[in-house]
Ligand binder design. Sequence first.
Ligand SMILES: Cc1ncc(C[n+]2csc(CCOP(=O)(O)OP(=O)(O)O)c2C)c(N)n1
Ligand code: SF4
Ligand SMILES: [Mg+2]
Length: 260
Amino acid sequence: MRIVPSDRPPDQPARLVDDFTPDLIDVGAHQLCPGCGEPVAMRSAMEAISELGLEKRTIAVFGIGCYTAFSNNLDVEVLQALHGRAPSLATGVKRASPGTVVLTIQGDGDMVSEGLQEVVHAAARGEAITCIMLNNGVFGETGGHMTATTVLGQRTKTSLEGRDPDRHGRPILLASLLAQLEGTAFVARGAVNSAGNVARTKRLLIRALETQVKGAGFSFVEILTMCPTGWFIETEEAPAYLGEHLAAVHEPGVLKDVLA
Ligand SMILES: Cc1ncc(C[n+]2csc(CCOP(=O)(O)OP(=O)(O)O)c2C)c(N)n1
Ligand code: SF4
Ligand SMILES: [Mg+2]
């Protein structure tokens, strides 16, 4: 095993993200916070599209959140939806152009707090689209407020003592809810807090896109992402925090796969 000395600068310069940027990301550098999980999730989604050879057929519909910054960086067609409305816009695109592969990129604030009915109805109708939710349990972009997915006890800007079920209600577990609908064909939850989880999440994204390409119905992947800024914790603590708090409630795994 190679031991990396930590008492002096490394002999080799650090490997820059730009050095191994996936084909579909035009600019590897980003302006999201250090330790944010959303760039990792975006990379995985772009790699999944490339690996399936879908780059020329894909249209991504973006919600509004920190991840929206990537809408300028991607070498796939991108449409911007109103807050929470991406599944309806994606429905229109897919119906108008059935040969395209259509996915949404949304956050928990966008998809569950602002636009829950949109994704639930699209799923119930069995639209042949793939919805991807980056779940960090906060409205990250606007300062770390509680969302509908914030777990009990989680500290946010609007739940400083932690989410309290009596005052704030209980979280909505969206993947679990969608899996109950007959229109859904593939529903899964991943996370990006470790190398193993990143690899597993990419497999879930590939499976969801395959579900769409095969015309099996609506597919959904929730990805738990770190937000050290909105969680008000140190950057390096965020992966463990995700595992101990968010993933303990929103449990990663495949909840439904009709093609299996
Ligand atoms: C109709 C509307 N309401 C509120 C906002 C303000 N707003 C912009 S981004 C955002 C938070 C999005 O949170 P989330 O989708 O979880 O993304 P994150 O920033 O956490 O990645 C909000 C509330 C808005 N742009 N439009
Ligand atoms: S506020 Fe949170 S979600 Fe937004 S860029 Fe920073 S770490 Fe990422
Ligand atoms: Mg969020």
